[in-house]
Design a protein around this ligand. Structure first.
Ligand SMILES: [Zn+2]
Length: 137
């Protein structure tokens, strides 16, 4: 297995090309069952595809075919975002405060930790923040 890394250069979420894979209907039903749980909402899973992609990434990382991610973006809300820290095996809640403050509840720091840095690099977080008038440096 390859060494875990803080790099997230190979972010699968950014892929724009897709391939279709068939899975057993029974497995799809189990995914649907999971998608109706609070667990799925907390993890940001809203579709079969998001569950399957996450599971595949985990598999490829654990078998050394994909560089292990340190962080993943779980979800973005009006004034906060959730970032999964795979190394610490926990989730960081990043709270945003206009005009340009971001607070990491995990590290209890403003604007300086890697969770905030990672969050502000994500287009899915930057866009809504910019629309709300947040100044990203
Ligand atoms: Zn932090």
């Amino acid at each position: 297995m390859k060494e875990p890394s803080e790099s997230h250069e190979r972010n699968m979420d950014d892929s724009t090309a897709y391939a279709t894979v068939k899975i057993p209907a029974r497995l799809a039903s189990l995914i649907d069952e999971y998608l109706r749980t609070d667990d799925a909402a907390i993890r940001g899973h809203r579709s079969r595809s998001s569950v399957v992609v996450d599971a595949l990434i985990e598999f490829m990382e654990s078998h050394g075919y994909l560089q292990r991610r340190r962080y993943t973006h779980i979800n973005t809300y009006d004034d906060f975002a959730l970032i999964r820290d795979h190394q610490l095996n926990t989730t960081a809640c990043i709270r945003f405060s206009l005009p340009d403050k971001a607070y990491c509840e995990l590290c209890e720091t403003w604007n300086i930790c890697d969770h905030v840095r990672y969050a502000l690099e994500q287009e899915k977080i930057r866009k809504p923040l910019a629309s709300a008038g947040f100044r990203i440096s």
